[in-house]
Design a binder for this molecule. Structure first.
Ligand SMILES: [Zn+2]
Length: 283
């Protein structure tokens, strides 16, 4: 879609800076901090997502969810800003595939610490981080950065997680740097659908259809992984490459726009509720 007058991409287009702090000016940032706006930060990764989805899938997903969270918070009278997305995350599991960049966890944690320090310097008090990527090493680096960065800066930083995700990662729900949402609801998939499968493909079809290789979708068969298959895949590297030569787990061929929109609505609703609850306790 192009702007008719200038020929430039229409507002919003595919810029992941759209509606984020990156497209604001410094006086606008200062005014937002002054008004007590909360900061929302999606942290994804550049990683292979099968032959049909772009490497930045895990960046697009939290960006789409947080834009909806921001709108829901505004409806409750809570001001928020979206950070420019973080995308140099940790890929242990799929590191053997082309396009999966392997960043050291310490580099990710240290960068988060510096960014939280900058937000504090600018007068922000509350930062909510949403991971776009399931790899345990990525999420452990994320929570480590949030914990140490929050303590060092004296800022209220929290990683927002679903109950299932918190359990898999071994996070303590009583930890102030963790914010566990209510369950999202919805029908669980019959087989694991966790990487470039039905839900991620649906979400990208709903929000960023131009980057989905739609002609490939009908050729992709459902992986129908067992729990044991998934454990083997999560060992990562050559194990993941062997278990999923095409790089996806799930059923991308059944993806559809309606499901993509539904996922964002469900996730954004529980995340906005959890954030409003946490801010309500503090104020
Ligand atoms: Zn993904």
């Amino acid at each position: 879609m192009r702007d008719q007058r200038s020929g430039a991409p229409a507002s919003g287009g595919y810029s992941i800076f759209h509606d984020t702090m990156a497209d604001m000016t410094y006086p606008e940032i200062a005014a937002a901090a002054e008004s007590g706006a909360a900061v929302l930060w999606g942290l994804g990764v550049i990683e292979q997502h099968g032959p049909h989805l772009p490497l930045a899938t895990d960046v697009y997903v939290p960006y789409a969810v947080l834009r909806r969270v921001k709108a829901l918070l505004a409806e409750s009278g809570i001001a928020s800003l979206i950070m420019p997305p973080f995308y140099w995350g940790v890929n242990h599991v799929t590191g053997r595939f082309p396009g999966s960049f392997e960043i050291r966890p310490a580099v990710m944690s240290e960068l988060i610490i510096d960014v939280l320090g900058s937000l504090k310097k600018d007068g922000f008090a509350d930062v909510f981080c949403l991971s776009g990527h399931g790899d345990a090493m990525h999420n452990n680096a994320l929570i480590d950065g949030v914990r140490r960065g929050s303590a060092a800066a004296g800022i209220n930083g929290a990683m927002v997680v679903s109950p299932g995700f918190a359990k898999r990662l071994g996070f303590d729900p009583a930890d102030r740097n963790v914010l566990v949402t209510a369950p999202e609801g919805g029908t669980p998939a019959r087989h694991p659908d966790i990487h470039a499968g039905e839900w991620e493909t649906s979400l990208l079809l709903g929000y960023f259809p131009d980057v989905v290789r739609q002609e490939i979708l009908p050729t992709l068969t459902s992986t129908e992984f067992s729990a044991a298959d998934l454990d083997e895949w999560r060992k990562g590297q050559e194990h993941a490459k062997r278990m999923t030569p095409q790089g996806y787990i799930g059923d991308p061929a059944v993806a559809n726009v309606a499901y993509g929109l539904e996922i964002v609505e469900r996730q954004a609703a529980v995340i906005a509720d959890a954030i409003a609850g946490r801010l309500g306790e503090a104020r």
